[in-house]
Design a protein around this ligand. Structure first.
Ligand code: ZN
Length: 258
């Protein structure tokens, strides 16, 4: 594993090695994946992901991806770790007050099971693009807390799949929306959120983040291998009266964003 800081210290890179057994007759570390219908480990190993947001949603998504053996994971976030993050995000005491993107990269490198490149870019995605510090990727995942960045990513990365995920302020519901080239954009679904200010200090717990991270990771699989998904919008409710649902959102003819 290498740990490289650039002179600006906005970029941290970890390269992990695949875990191998000590006995020649042991299974491959990803053996259980290979037993799943349609699972293609090689496709996962070749996939490059840009993960926007290193909070609770980014943490859980990142854990799933590196454990499964993703090829490249580039994490973008300009925030630093504060003490309230430790109850639900993948940080420890040692990470307090340090840039989230770098610390999440370091922590995820400890959980990787395959040969992965994990980069932490301590910038907002808009800054990374402007400064040409945004890496090429096959898929973009957006797990931020503000609509401005969601709309920015929807437009900027419209030529590749973009997976959006968010949770509600009561932390008992969340959604995953998969935007694909030629299909419905984020604005087709959430055009009314354009210009809405970011929520500050909303309530939050780890449980809903874990669920959404798992769904995002599954959605990644469906984009690169033959695992099945008949939705592009999935909403989960923990609280009884509302039912979970899967929908196929169609391109909105009147959409101002696509
Ligand atoms: Zn649209």
């Amino acid at each position: 594993m290498t740990d490289i800081f650039t002179s600006s210290k906005t970029l941290v890179i970890y390269e992990t090695e695949k875990i191998t057994g000590t006995h020649c007759n042991e299974h491959d570390v990803h053996n259980r994946h290979s037993l799943l219908k349609g699972f293609n480990q090689r496709a996962l190993e070749k996939t490059r992901i840009n993960l926007i947001g290193a909070g609770g949603l980014g943490s859980e998504t990142g854990i799933a991806l590196v454990r499964k053996g993703i090829g490249e994971l580039n994490i973008y976030d300009s925030d630093r770790v504060d003490i309230t993050n430790l109850s639900r995000q993948h940080y420890f005491r040692k990470d307090l007050y340090k840039p989230k993107a770098g610390q999440l990269s370091e922590n995820l490198s400890q959980m990787a099971t395959g040969k992965s490149i994990i980069r932490g870019v301590s910038l907002m995605i808009q800054e990374a693009v402007d400064q040409k510090k945004c890496f090429d990727s096959d898929i973009v995942i957006v797990g931020v807390d503000n609509s401005e960045t969601r709309f920015y990513c929807s437009e900027k990365f419209k030529d590749k799949p973009v997976i959006f995920t968010a949770v509600n302020p009561e932390a008992d519901s969340g959604y995953v929306f998969v935007q694909e080239k030629g299909g419905a954009c984020f604005g087709c679904l959430f055009g009314d959120q354009n210009g809405r200010p970011a929520r500050k200090c909303a309530g939050a717990t780890i449980d809903i983040n874990k669920v959404m991270g798992g769904i995002v990771s599954y959605a990644v699989d469906t984009l690169i291998m033959r695992r099945q998904r008949d939705w592009n919008f999935k909403q989960v409710h923990f609280h009884g009266p509302f039912i979970d649902f899967n929908k196929k959102i169609l391109k909105e003819p009147e959409c101002r964003f696509c």
